[in-house]
Design a protein around this ligand. Structure first.
Ligand code: CKX
Length: 612
């Protein structure tokens, strides 16, 4: 399958054509479309569907909203004759959860995994200077062998519905951009950049892969557009004098230009916008450019009314404005890789992003919250041989695609390789080791790696903490554990656990990547009760008091920035209500508490020195 990890750019040698807009769409509940020739003859009874968007929430009937199975998108595409000598690819920024692409009835490519890009080479199937029929057969079914994990519930009449092992709605469809790309047959295929610091200078090691043997030129332009350094060759080092570094909430951005030349002739040209910075874990601190950071931000979701998980630049912009208003400097892409446009915005705004692979649901539970806090039992999902083979293979592939796509983003400062896995059994160790070591091998920047630890695997139970470069805790003491009047017990439980971690992992920084209470905006109660805005405030005050007791707690990311849609259930009121903001992005009282706290805490903070 042609490469797709590079972000599409228009340059002197490359063209892109936006294929977003209205596509034909049809459900295929009997999976008969392939045999019936829908890819060639057209969808028999299509409706209009916007791209990008999740298909689910545009419908007014339940069957369509909940649809689980095969479905098709299709449209006509005009391919210019002047592209005849180029590689012409269809690039899908994502297709949730799997897709097979056909052009004029010819099957071109298939892709598994709903949150990373892929491409289909059109050349062999295309009619030049003419209209072509593009059809995409998709499917949104989850199993224990997919990333993320889930199952299927069957109703009495045989209708199948999703039973995800996670707490967000199984939004599906072409949820991100689709483009047609024309690139030279000899071209830049991959670029890796690694920055180190030498006094005031930055040293940028580069490695370029091309599909040919002509000369490669790499140059770096500073934020004003002047060439700061350049070199010839597929690998080497650039010295940027008096480098303007990418810093938390104070980012400077350079542009890297990579050119393939044949004497005077330009063979190919691609660019990317990059930041120069280092990131590392040292002792019990996380350092950016050698300075300790304190992370303030949220676990988020790509989720909004009607669009579902469809990328919406307006919602995205609003979310960044909310984060900035709060004094935040970071977020986790819970629980899947986010749209590339989000990462470019995080680069521009100087946010520290913990980039999460879609490995959520490695805990056998249909909703991933009730069982997640129950005590660990003997047998776990990792004891299943198919998890250790097929699921692991899917997980490793998801890591490959994530790192390939995101490795040059300055904002991506750490990887989250699992969300809340059931690491209570020794069987998890070999699995996790493979995931951690693949990530280390692939990431040229050797960023810190971690996973979020679930309450079920508290200190002393989790078997994989030795693999994490820093620890991320998701804790709900005061909500799922000892909520309401028992909040003082919850505080003590959390303090006791922190003392235990202090003993077990004396050399690691920790941060909280989830804590929160479901809160219905507008519900008020004195004294506070669970679900009221007052209880959310009380809960957050307790958590923060505990975080402030330990100088090795270097970050706090409550759950969640906004309320979001989930599978229906008795613990969800039209979704998960743990947002600091409502789903339509308006503040609850806790947003003001967080803003007051975070605007006082600097982005670069040596908590150890403060507490010495
Ligand atoms: N963590 C006890 C994963 C998130 C959920 C969150 C919740 C859980 C809690 C696990 O995806 O939404 O229940 O609110």
């Amino acid at each position: 399958m042609p490469f797709a990890s590079q972000y599409p750019r228009i340059t002197r040698t490359r063209r892109t054509e936006d294929l977003c807009g209205t596509w034909d769409f049809q459900f295929d509940p009997k999976a008969e479309g392939v045999e019936a020739g829908w890819a060639k003859n057209g969808l028999p009874d299509p409706i209009d569907m916007p791209v990008p968007a999740s298909f689910n929430d545009v419908f007014t009937d339940k069957w369509s909203r909940e649809y689980y199975g095969d479905f098709w998108y299709a449209r006509r595409v005009f391919v210019p004759g002047e592209w005849r000598d180029r590689n012409v690819d269809l690039r899908f920024d994502s297709a949730t959860h799997r897709a097979t692409v056909y052009v004029n009835g010819v099957e071109l490519a298939s892709h598994e995994g709903g949150f990373t890009p892929f491409a289909a080479r059109m050349n062999d199937a295309v009619r030049w200077d003419d209209w072509n029929y593009v059809a995409v057969r998709m499917n949104n079914v989850l199993t224990e062998q997919t990333i993320p994990l889930g199952g299927t519930a069957t109703m009495r009449d045989g209708t199948k519905i999703a039973a995800p092992y996670f707490d967000f709605f199984n939004y599906s469809g072409l949820q991100r951009k689709v483009r047609m790309l024309a690139t030279p047959t000899e071209r830049v295929e991959d670029v890796s950049l690694v920055t180190s610091l030498d006094g005031a200078d930055a040293l940028v090691d580069f490695r370029v892969e091309t599909s040919g043997s002509h000369q490669v030129e790499v140059s770096l332009c500073d934020p004003d557009g002047s060439v700061a350094a350049s070199a010839i060759g597929k690998a080497g080092q650039l010295r940027v004098r008096d480098a303007r570094l990418w810093n938390l909430r104070a980012p400077e951005l350079y542009t890297v230009w990579v050119r393939v030349t044949d004497g005077e002739r330009l063979v190919d040209e691609w660019y990317d916008v990059v930041g120069l910075r280092t990131v590392e874990v040292r002792g019990r601190q996380i350092l950016v450019n050698g300075k300790p950071v304190y992370l303030k931000g949220f676990g988020r979701h790509e989720d909004s009314p009607i669009h579902g998980r469809g990328f919406d630049p307006v919602v995205n912009k609003r979310d960044f404005e909310l984060l900035k208003w709060m004094g935040a400097n970071s977020f986790r892409t819970s629980h899947y890789p986010y749209a590339e446009e989000q990462l470019y915005e995080a680069d521009r705004e100087g946010f520290f992003v913990i980039d999460e692979v879609a490995a959520v649901g490695l805990l056998r539970s249909t909703k991933n919250f009730a069982d997640a806090v129950a005590g660990a039992t003997g047998e776990t999902i990792f004891d299943d041989p198919r998890i250790q083979t097929e699921t692991l293979a899917a997980h490793l592939q998801a890591v490959r695609e994530l790192v390939a796509r995101d490795k040059n983003h300055a904002c991506v400062c750490a990887w989250s390789l699992f969300n809340e896995p059931d690491f209570s059994s020794q069987a998890a160790v070999p699995y996790a080791e493979k995931v951690f070591s693949l990530c280390r091998e692939l990431d040229p920047q050797r960023r810190p790696r971690s996973y979020t630890n679930v309450t079920r695997c508290r200190a002393g139970i989790d078997k994989c903490t030795h693999l994490a470069d820093f620890m991320m805790l998701n804790r709900y003491d005061g909500w799922y554990v000892c909520g309401g009047p028992r909040i003082e017990d919850a505080r003590q439980i959390l303090i006791d656990e922190m003392h235990k971690w202090e003993e077990l992992e004396p050399d690691k920084p920790f941060m909280f990547t989830e804590y929160g209470t479901d809160t219905m905006a507008g519900v008020h109660k004195l004294p506070s009760v669970m679900w009221s805005e007052e209880y959310q405030l009380e809960f957050f005050r307790v958590q923060h008091e505990v975080f402030d007791m330990f100088d090795w707690v270097v970050g706090e990311q409550p759950w969640n920035l906004c309320d979001f849609q989930t599978t229906e259930g008795i613990m969800r009121v039209d979704g998960n209500k743990k947002g600091a903001f409502t789903r339509d992005r308006q503040p609850k009282a806790v947003a003001f508490l967080l803003r007051d706290r975070w605007t006082q805490i600097p982005d670069y903070r040596d908590k150890q020195a403060e507490q010495r």
